[in-house]
Design a protein around this ligand. Structure first.
Ligand SMILES: Cc1cc2nc3c(=O)[nH]c(=O)nc-3n(C[C@H](O)[C@H](O)[C@H](O)COP(=O)(O)OP(=O)(O)OC[C@H]3O[C@@H](n4cnc5c(N)ncnc54)[C@H](O)[C@@H]3O)c2cc1C
Length: 298
């Protein structure tokens, strides 16, 4: 049992007990967390993580919940979300942009464009926070969040560290930072033409809206693209478009998306993803790796 009074002594931010998590995810799926916490600044976050570690309470950093499938039974321990305290971006005289892990990517991209900094505009439609984007090395249309990154501030163990991009081990939809709590990142983008960047942003959004089932709750691509292949094409060619389990469906528009038709459970989505993986393995001998993170599953 987590003692609220004790947490309050080491923490100033918002606390919710037994908090249902579905509303915080783009899938609109997931059971409760024992405790949900929103630290207000770096000091608050550090003191909280030290407390959780001392008490041996496991914690899960959650951003915008746009790349996760939370189990129907929820998460044992704590969920830590940074959107309240780390929702900022600033630019220094030397052009370095520093942004908090809780800022939405869309807002971060707007900030870059507004300051004539090029190289983030193609990420505009990714519905995550900067923290989630850093962990996942989120990317689209030829760009990735790590491309122009300088450093990342994070909590590892019970210490606050600044690491360089090279130390982050960024590769296709992955980094070596899992298990850390990302607090902030800095970037140096080349100068660009804001008007041209706005055009790219608009075109990117139009492409997304016509090729992705954005009107249904989903978590983006379920699988990473296997080397030399597109996961969507493999699932489509396995004949699975439109396949349903419960209220979850493999999208007719984009076969690497699973959509929640209303009331889908995490079990429905998980079973459908495993069905797609097995069908692609059987038909093409290709093993697909999940891009979506499973949270709270056995
Ligand atoms: C419609 C749609 C389209 C998408 N398109 C793309 C796309 O084009 N390209 C792409 O790369 N992704 C895409 N995604 C997936 C998703 O938006 C990205 O992976 C995004 O970066 C996840 O950020 P988040 O804040 O939502 O992270 P979450 O989903 O909340 O978490 C994802 C992972 O990051 C970790 N995490 C989150 N915040 C922190 C933090 N502060 N510190 C440490 N760990 C943290 C979590 O623990 C978890 O392991 C799409 C999703 C949707 C719904």
């Amino acid at each position: 049992m987590i003692a609220l009074g004790e947490i309050r002594r080491s923490f100033r931010g918002r606390i919710e007990l037994n908090e249902p998590l579905a509303k915080y995810t783009t899938f609109r799926i997931g059971g409760p967390a024992d405790i949900y916490l929103e630290p207000l600044d770096k000091e608050d976050a550090l003191s909280l993580i030290r407390f959780l570690r001392e008490q041996k309470i496991p914690f899960f950093p959650m951003g915008n919940g746009s790349n996760i499938l939370i189990s129907d039974s929820g998460i044992t321990g704590a969920v830590v979300n940074l959107e309240a305290g780390f929702n900022y971006a600033r630019i220094a005289a030397d052009g370095v942009i520093t942004a908090g892990a809780g800022i939405k990517l869309a807002k971060f991209v707007d900030f870059c464009i507004q300051h004539g900094k090029a190289g983030a505009e193609m990420l505009a439609g990714i519905p995550g926070t900067l923290g989630g984007a850093v962990i996942m090395n989120a990317g689209a249309y030829g760009g990735e969040i790590a491309d122009h990154m300088l450093t990342v501030d994070l909590i590892r163990g019970d210490r606050l560290l600044t690491i360089t991009k090279e130390q982050g081990g960024f590769a296709y939809r992955t980094s070596k930072l899992e298990g850390d709590l990302i607090l902030e990142a800095s970037f140096l983008f080349p100068e660009g033409d804001s008007a041209a960047m706005k055009v790219t942003r608009r075109e990117t959004m139009l492409k997304r809206n016509s090729s992705q089932p954005v009107q249904w709750p989903n978590a983006g691509s379920i699988f990473k693209n296997p080397p030399g292949h597109y996961a969507a094409r493999l699932i489509q060619d396995a004949g699975l478009k439109g396949t349903r389990i419960g209220q979850a469906e493999i999208s007719e528009l984009h076969a690497n998306f699973i959509i929640n038709l209303g009331g889908a459970t995490a079990e429905d989505v998980h079973a459908l993803a495993m069905l797609a993986r097995a069908a692609v393995r059987e038909k093409f001998g290709i093993e697909m790796e999940l891009e979506v993170k499973l949270v709270g599953f056995e």
